[in-house]
Ligand binder design. Structure first.
Ligand code: ADP
Ligand code: MG
Length: 700
């Protein structure tokens, strides 16, 4: 019997070199890590297709036959290896673009092979690119070890180069199981497995790799997904329990002069019903005696800033200070302006603190803050630095922060003896399942109504070959006195070519519109320059702003009516939605033009169509989650959750998530002190998981 903690190096067939590859590529160090490296799909190997039945639309197929001939064609980058493969019913081409040398070496003409792969059509012919190939005589149909479904494991190029393709990973995994002659210990309590009809851990972990039937595979998946989500939720809810126990909330019972004066004399418009409801929810929290930890979701332009201000005024009326934290300096400055404008000449002191405020100015702010002379401090991350001391911090508002995990939120709490109330605001609508995992410790408020009179932004998808039409629209809007954003992607990995695109775009636009002034902002500019450029646009001195996504969040220029997004296929839907939200802030009809070249895939077309069809951020987020899976969603990557979840899929496992949450809540409610012997196994397991999952701090 071996231990799961055993170094993977010593598993037969691994050795030091492959161990290093596994470590580098998949962070697999131990046998236990391999155990939870689950297949991403399974191939029904009872089914062998005939080549004569294959068409280009089939998913994965398995063929059995012989290679008739193999030739390399093309030069340089277009070099490839084409093998003609026949099973007697027909001939199909197997194609390699990479690893040609290895393929030539590894496979022989006329030997019998099993071939797995996805048929595609190229040049009018069906072929299978980069197939997986197994020797029929390699014994893989040994009835003692064969399972009906062959697992496929994700592997990287580097792994393949050291011989660790999917089939090799399966072999290692099987060898590992052979060494575990005892059943694997249960990881949930019997009453949970019974109540939720879950199969034992041992059965699940074996069948997830080598399913003996479709039914057992399904049940193994359910069991392991449940377990994974259960421990995530137990971790979150345990944390909520501790927070409630440890911290009283600041009690803010009064609605006083400041709030009332503002509400009755300064409010420039009627609050929407949703704004009113949310302010009520926040107010209830603030006077409840429990610390508020609330997530406020509201689509772009739904008026969250006003809610932030009203909440701050409640804190002020109760003798406390508030702070509002924004992700960028530009946004922080804009908040400062907005708040000062709204407050007009009311005696509420709002100040700004960002990284670029230094020296004497900074010192004055810090002193005033500590003396309690500043009522609302607006700023960036600079606010959470240790030397920023409040006299009586009562409310911390965090705007547009996906990365703001519990660890950072906790830092906010230390700004006062009793932690302040915390309000997290986001305009990237998060599907409920995702929120439950990412922000599972927060109560949620939603502004599901836009201020009246907003016209939905008209969105179109255009090919860059129709640039003349795009520019006509731009010109037409500018002739009406409006302004235009033109946004280019800027991604770290392709920074150089992206910058080039942006520069070329800028030059082209300048040439196209000689009578108009064109500004340019991107992340590599100094903050001061960037700001100055933004200010020029906001003041109407420039009519066109060519930019990267630095303008994504929060920037408010109501006179801008067109948003052109170049290479729109490279943005996530939520990001596109955010960008689009920069226009449509005034009374006039606004437009969003998504530009791509003609050669885009069907997936991209579908994604862009969602943008064209819907202006509802929640719907877009749901669709995005479904199309891309949670791994690609903004927010999940930064939080590390994508790395953490090994089997559950937030997009599709909502039902299991609900059950897991319910189970975790039950445990916390019935065993709050963690001393029921039935649950020992759970708390111990949670502790182990917390040790191994460095990312848990970020998600819980
Ligand atoms: P977001 O939720 O995206 O942060 P903002 O707070 O920036 O939205 O508000 C967007 C715009 O809507 C601002 O110009 C703001 O003044 C305006 N606004 C907010 N609430 C209302 C309301 N109840 N009626 C009319 N306009 C409103
Ligand atoms: Mg905002």
């Amino acid at each position: 019997m071996i231990q799961t903690s055993q170094d993977i190096k010593y598993l037969q067939g691994v050795g030091p070199a492959r161990a290093q590859t596994l470590d580098k590529e998949l962070a697999i160090h131990t046998v236990g890590d391999l155990l939870v490296y689950y297949p991403y799909k399974y191939i029904d190997r009872t089914r062998i297709y005939h080549i004569s039945d294959i068409d280009g639309n089939m998913p994965y197929v398995q063929l059995q036959g012989r290679i008739l001939s193999a030739d390399t064609t093309g030069e340089g980058r277009s070099r490839r290896l084409v093998a003609r493969f026949s099973d007697g019913t027909g001939v199909i081409e197997l194609v390699w673009f990479q690893g040609i040398k290895y393929a030539l070496k590894d496979y022989n003409i006329n030997r019998e092979y099993l071939v797995f792969g996805k048929p595609t059509i190229y040049g009018g012919r069906i072929n299978i690119p980069h197939p997986e190939i197994e020797d029929v005589s390699s014994g893989r149909f040994d009835p003692n070890t064969a399972s009906t479904f062959m697992p496929s494991y994700n592997t990287t190029e580097r792994m393949k180069r050291s011989g660790l393709n999917s089939a090799a990973m399966a072999r290692l995994t099987r060898r590992m199981f052979e060494l575990f002659d005892q059943p694997f210990a249960e990881t949930l309590t019997p009453y949970l497995t019974q109540h939720y009809h879950l199969i034992p851990y041992d059965t699940a972990i074996r069948n997830i790799h080598f399913p003996t039937s479709a039914e057992l595979l399904r049940r193994a998946q359910v069991r392991l997904k449940f377990e994974e989500l259960f421990y995530v939720q137990l971790n979150i809810l345990r944390y909520v329990r501790d927070r409630i126990r440890r911290y009283r909330g600041l009690v803010m019972p009064h609605i006083g002069n400041t709030f009332n004066t503002f509400y009755h004399q300064h409010l420039p418009f009627q609050l929407t019903g949703a704004q009113k409801r949310v302010v009520r929810e926040i107010r209830e929290d603030m006077r409840s005696g429990r610390q508020m930890n609330r997530l406020l979701q509201g689509d772009v332009g739904s008026g969250k800033t006003l809610v932030a201000l009203l909440s701050s005024l409640i804190a002020i009326d109760n003798g406390f200070q508030a702070c509002i934290m924004a992700p960028t300096e530009i946004l922080a400055e804009q908040h400062l302006q907005t708040l000062r404008n709204l407050l007009n000449n009311m005696p509420v002191k709002v100040e700004l603190l960002t990284g670029s405020i230094k020296g004497k100015r900074r010192q004055t702010i810090l002193t005033d803050l500590e003396a309690g002379d500043i009522n609302i401090l607006v700023g960036t991350h600079a606010i959470i630095e240790d030397n920023v001391v409040f006299a009586r911090m009562g409310l911390a508002i965090i705007d547009e922060q996906h990365r703001f995990g519990v660890a950072q939120r906790a830092k906010m709490w230390q700004k006062n003896e009793t932690p302040p109330h915390v309000l997290v605001m986001t305009a990237t609508p998060i599907p409920r399942t995702l929120a439950m995992t990412l922000y599972g410790d927060l109560d949620v408020s939603v502004i599901d109504e836009l201020p009246p009179g907003r016209k939905p932004i008209a969105t179109v998808h255009m090919f860059d070959s129709h640039r003349a039409n795009i520019y006509n629209k731009v010109l037409h809007e500018m002739q009406q006195g409006h302004q235009v954003y033109i946004v280019y992607p800027l991604i770290k990995e392709s920074e150089k070519s992206d910058m080039k695109n942006l520069e070329e775009g800028y030059t082209q636009v300048c040439r196209q519109f000689p009578k108009y002034k064109v500004g340019k902002v991107h992340g590599q500019m100094k903050p001061a320059e960037k700001d100055a450029e933004m200010q020029r646009f906001a003041a109407g001195e420039t009519q066109i702003l060519v930019a990267t996504t630095v303008i994504e969040v929060g920037v408010n220029v109501p006179n801008a009516s067109v948003m052109v997004i170049e290479n729109a296929e490279r943005f996530g839907l939520s990001q596109l939605h955010q960008l689009r939200g920069r226009v449509g802030r005034g009374a006039d009809q606004s437009y969003c033009i998504l530009v791509t070249n003609y050669q885009i895939g069907n997936d991209t077309r579908r994604r862009l169509q969602i943008m064209v069809d819907s202006t509802d951020g929640f719907e877009i987020a749901e669709q995005d989650l479904k199309l891309r899976g949670p791994g690609d969603l903004e927010g999940t990557q930064q939080s590390g959750m994508a790395i953490y979840l090994k089997i559950a899929n937030i997009a599709t496992d909502g039902q299991i998530l609900n059950l897991a949450r319910e189970a975790a809540q039950f445990i916390i409610d019935h065993d709050p002190d963690e001393n029921d012997p039935h649950n020992t196994i759970l708390w111990r397991r949670l502790k182990e998981l917390r040790k191994t999952n460095i990312n848990w701090g970020a998600i819980s």
